[in-house]
Design a protein around this ligand. Structure first.
Ligand SMILES: [Zn+2]
Length: 496
């Protein structure tokens, strides 16, 4: 009887667990990738990957929005203040401490077969070559970029290099970087840098067709049935006719990120991911858990479905109100962050680490932990603000009976400078009309007695019965001065 039971269990086990498929990954980089251009261009391959995959059209590029920064973040999975490349000069790269994913993979899986195909010399020198990929195709951009559309273009040469490898070689990770879409956007003084431009559309169509050939090679592999391929696509920045790119504005910073295959749960990724998220996502797919000592800045994406949390009574309705979703920066030097997750952040709201030089230490005796970082307005000349809108419809019945709200935060600044950030909540009706607005009482320099500190502030009120949404705004109350104020632990709670 015992033997029979064991045999049955074995038989059942054999049916339920098919042989695990070998994880493999193709990372694709598209320089200067304007998200709206997917809809305006002929992109059947991208369309298919989006349909079957997880995606965001608002992935957060490095706020520098320049190629050197973004190409390096794509390879390293850390922000520019760590990899040391804020621009295209590569004058102080820190890529020994923060190397390419190609090298990280080899560190954990010494037998991993890695492939690189790209066209930019400093990327080859500082990131690809030190990783000693099994196969490396390098085609200097400046030798081949005179006609972006011909079959001697560096993007085409990268594809020709990769295809025989993808056809049948035992590849673990292939990384390809397409550089020419950005080049087309910049032509004629950035005239072509937008989704409605026919030259830009033509080039994105060519990128899509090249990507399609790479994927066809993968899907025709003799071993494809036993393999589990993750296709992971993103960029360094998007762009516009306003200067091409390089500004810390949404039209330069918000770019596509598309993941297909593996354990990816299809759908829109929320909150919009960071450029630094791609490296840990690919590593986890390949069975490598990033070593905390590597100091990667991102998180593995899309293994579970994510969406904006629904409103409920008695809980904090503000997402990322403590600014703990991303790693804080250590000052305003250069351009300090890659926008605040879950907030509309059109420019210069930043996350700064407690203890950063010339900022402040973590306040003691606060009700809740303050975590690693706080919100700080950087550019007070142009103003800094962020906002998020909370859908209250799931709990609107409670407002008719009478429902209170409490808005609270830690507010502060340093030295003799003005007040703190201004934090407000606005309740809106179905027509988007303002019903009620409440603001946290500002903390003056006198109240702080000139100290670099934060103090708790709160305001209470009644939720208007017709409210269907609440907009929380954080902004510099004034222009000028070097620091526009600090805030942390933003909480909006509704209580009936
Ligand atoms: Zn670029």
């Amino acid at each position: 009887m015992l033997t029979l039971t064991c045999t049955l269990l074995l038989a059942v086990g054999a049916i339920q667990t098919p042989a695990p498929r070998t994880p493999r990954a193709l990372m694709v980089f598209i320089d200067g990738f304007v998200p709206d251009a997917i809809a305006t261009s002929k992109t059947p391959t991208l369309d298919r990957l989006i349909r079957n995959g997880a995606w965001s059209m608002r992935a957060r590029a490095e706020s520098t929005t320049i190629s050197g920064s973004g190409w390096s973040t794509f390879h390293t999975g850390v922000h520019w203040d760590k990899h040391g490349i804020p621009d295209n000069n590569f004058s102080t790269p820190n890529t020994t401490e923060y190397p390419s994913i190609l090298l990280r993979l080899r560190e954990k899986l010494p037998k991993a077969v890695t492939v690189s195909a790209q066209s930019w010399k400093p990327i080859q020198e500082f990131l690809v070559a030190p990783a000693q990929p099994t196969h490396s195709g390098y085609y200097d951009y400046y030798q081949f970029h005179l006609d972006y559309f011909d079959d001697r273009s560096c993007d085409e040469l990268c594809v020709n290099f990769l295809r025989p490898l993808l056809d049948r070689e035992p590849i673990d990770l292939a990384v390809v970087m397409f550089g020419e879409l950005d080049g087309v956007g910049h032509m004629d003084g950035n005239r072509h840098y937008h989704a409605g431009d026919s030259e830009y559309q033509r080039m994105l169509g060519m990128v899509d067709e090249r990507l399609g050939r790479l994927i066809a090679s993968i899907e025709n592999r003799p071993t494809y049935d036993q393999e589990d391929w993750l296709i992971a696509i993103t960029a360094d920045h998007s762009g516009s006719q306003r200067g091409g790119h390089g500004l810390n504005i949404p039209e330069h910073r918000e770019m596509p990120m598309i993941l297909s295959g593996g354990k990816i749960v299809p759908g829109k990724i929320w909150p919009p991911p960071s450029a630094a998220d791609l490296v840990p996502t690919v590593l986890e797919h390949l069975g490598v858990t990033p070593d905390p000592a590597w100091g990667l800045d991102g998180r593995a994406l899309a293994e579970t479905a994510t969406r904006k949390p629904g409103a409920a009574i008695g809980v904090n309705l503000i997402f990322n109100g403590g600014g703990e979703w991303d790693r804080p920066f250590h000052g305003f030097k250069g351009q300090p962050d890659a926008s605040i997750a879950g907030w509309e952040d059109p420019g210069w709201m930043s996350l700064i680490a407690y203890g950063a030089k010339e900022f402040l230490e973590a306040p003691k005796n606060t009700e809740a932990s303050v975590g690693r970082g706080f919100f700080a307005a950087n550019d007070t000349k142009n103003g800094a603000r962020m906002e998020q809108t909370i859908d209250l419809t799931p709990i609107k019945e409670a407002f008719i009976q009478g429902c209170n709200f409490k808005l609270s935060a830690l507010l502060g600044n340093r030295g003799p400078e003005g007040d703190a950030l201004r934090v407000t909540v606005s309740f809106l009706n179905a027509k988007g009309e303002l019903l009620e607005r409440a603001e946290l009482p500002p903390l003056t320099a006198d109240q702080r007695m000139g100290a670099a500190t934060m103090r708790p502030a709160q305001t209470l009120g009644l939720v208007p019965p017709d409210a269907i949404s609440a907009k929380v705004t954080v902004e510099t109350p004034r222009r000028g001065g070097s620091h526009g104020g600090f805030a942390d632990n933003l909480v909006l709670v509704l209580q009936d």
